[in-house]
Design a binder for this molecule. Structure first.
Ligand code: HEM
Length: 525
């Protein structure tokens, strides 16, 4: 017994020492096998960032560290920037030689992945499996025919005509304004925008809002926050996903369901003829009514609602947070925006859809915010079949094997000097927030994609732009001056799928003539 115990460490050590070369050879063989398939498919590999187990392990370590320090997008962009000039738009890596990851900001590749070669790419089976408890078979969780059916089901409610009635935004935005303290009290605008966005989105989806602006400890608000945080861990750490404790995650999903399921049940109690009748009313007809015309399956309705809630809530809240963060650093831009709005509407009048579409400086502010802070700074796809996408001009196509992943570096593309005009008097440095650049410039196709592109382009784009414009108009009508109350330069991009200001947006807002009283502090939670 004593002998065997003494022997165990050296035995384990021997196995360990033999395993390392065995794994290294295995990985090398898998690389070789991929090379053969790539050659047979008549194409090439992308430049390789890490070609063996050791360098790839170091790379994965860096990825984990960057995500922890809110620097993941910088890391992705840095990897591309480190390539030789003229070749800095795409590269690949893999830990095991199989299931490669391509990082790209090459417009022609992105166009192929999202549009011209659309059917060969999707979110993929792993995405569907990992997100299933939350999204089920809703539009955001599925590919192929299921996705196609979902898109047809939800498209009608996003039509322009339906959006012309802005009453839905009015109530929630008034509530948001009422939560902003007077006399220079500090408020975290990011927190308010996330609540406002949840209330607006639930009002639009269900015809009833979650009331999170009214109740700081709102259970739906907290549950969504928990689900999304845990979902990101489950997604990023997918190889060890089964080991992650998920009790809190399932309980939070249940809490969201407890809010939406009774509303679905009430809607399904309305007969189809009555629903058709309701569809003629702009005010009473919700997203939920609209899908109930297509399906009477409560689970499918629940899944679509979860998907749109997920896609629509954080995106607009994060974009508005970034817009106010940037504007607070440039008082002349806030003054210019306010002037445009006051000229058109004065300090009180509610904007109509048409007025919002004609506020040209406001449009530039939103365009520039979405360039420098795209809500999805990194978008993901998986090759559903072995396929090719364009290489560099005049060079071989790049082969992606079934199961390979693609990370579309949207932010990296929006700030890539090789793809945008050079800095000049009329075109500020790409790292700088400058709505004015949009006065003289239109991006080339597929170089500006905050809402993605192709058949899976954001279906809520017009809704989002209208909703965000409405909110900014109301803020600019009321507040003459905005002041950042934190370390502006220390801000970081936190990516939990959606890119959000990691440090919140603590601000003071002043109405005309208001006197600052810095002793007054206010936080919603
Ligand atoms: C600033 C606001 C927004 C931005 C930047 C944005 C961006 C995007 C992007 C990049 C995608 C594609 C994701 C992918 O390729 O996997 C997407 C999809 C989607 N968005 Fe948005 N979004 C915004 C607001 C909204 C809103 C307000 C809604 C609904 C109320 C919405 C609903 C959706 C849906 C349902 C999809 C899935 C479409 C599909 O898979 O066919 N989005 N969005």
């Amino acid at each position: 017994m004593a002998f065997s115990l003494l022997c165990l460490p050296s035995h384990t050590l021997t196995i360990f020492i033999c395993l390392i070369p065995a794994i290294t050879v295995l990985v090398w063989l898998r690389h070789l096998a991929s090379d053969i398939v790539i050659k047979r498919a008549g194409g090439a590999r992308a430049p390789v960032l890490a070609g063996n187990l050791l360098s790839a392990s170091k790379l994965y370590y860096e990825i984990g560290k960057s995500q922890y320090h809110n620097r993941l997008v910088d890391w992705c962009t840095g990897q591309l920037d480190s390539l030789p000039p003229g070749k800095r738009t795409f590269a690949e890596f893999s830990l095991t030689g199989a299931k490669r990851v391509l990082i790209t900001r090459e417009p022609e590749q992105i166009k192929a992945i999202l549009a011209t070669n659309f059917s060969n790419f999707g979110h993929g089976p792993m995405w569907h499996k990992l997100w299933h408890p939350f999204l089920g078979d809703g539009i955001f969780g599925v590919d192929g025919q299921l996705w196609h059916d979902s898109r047809s089901m939800i498209r009608p409610i996003f039509s322009k005509d339906r959006l012309r009635n802005l009453a839905i935004f009015d109530t929630c935005t008034d509530k948001l304004l009422s939560k902003i303290p007077s006399s220079g009290g500090t408020v975290d605008l990011k927190d308010l925008f996330y609540r406002w966005s949840l209330d607006t989105t639930t009002e639009f989806l269900l015809g009833e809002n979650a009331g999170s602006l009214d109740f700081p400890d709102n259970k739906v608000f907290n549950a969504i926050h928990t689900v999304q945080r845990m979902q990101m861990y489950i997604f990023v750490l997918n190889p060890i996903a089964p080991l992650i404790p998920k009790g809190e995650y399932y309980r939070a999903i249940k809490r969201i369901e407890e809010f939406i399921e009774p509303i679905i049940a009430r809607t399904l109690a309305i007969c189809p003829t009555q629903l058709q009748q309701l569809s003629k009313s702009d005010l009473e007809f919700s997203f939920l009514h609209s899908i109930a015309i297509y399906t009477r399956d409560p689970k499918l309705i629940r899944d679509q609602i979860m998907s749109v809630l997920f896609a629509g809530r954080d995106t607009t809240a994060a974009t508005l947070s970034w817009a106010m963060y940037e504007l607070s650093n440039y008082p002349h831009m806030w003054a210019k925006l306010r002037k445009e709005i006051l000229n058109k509407l004065g300090p009180q009048a509610a904007p109509t859809y048409e007025v919002l579409k004609n506020l040209t400086y406001l449009k530039k502010v939103l365009n520039e915010t979405l360039r420098l802070h795209p809500a999805t700074p990194l978008n993901m796809r998986q090759a559903l079949e072995t396929t090719t996408i364009p290489g560099r001009p005049g060079e071989a196509d790049i082969v992606l094997l079934k199961g390979d992943s693609v990370t579309i570096n949207v932010l990296g593309m929006h700030t890539c000097v090789d793809l945008y005009p050079p800095t000049s008097e009329k075109f500020a440095d790409l790292k700088i927030f400058s709505p004015e650049r949009w006065e003289h410039w239109t991006p080339k196709p597929w170089t500006y994609i905050p809402f993605s592109g192709g058949p899976r382009i954001c279906i809520g784009q017009n809704f989002a732009l209208t909703e965000m414009a409405f909110c900014l108009v109301r803020l600019a009508q009321q507040y003459e001056r905005i002041e950042y109350r934190g370390d502006w330069a220390a801000q970081k991009l936190q990516v939990d799928l959606i890119g959000t200001p990691a440090l919140g947006v603590p601000m003071a807002l002043y109405k005309p003539g208001e006197v600052p009283d810095p002793s007054f502090k206010y936080h919603i939670n």
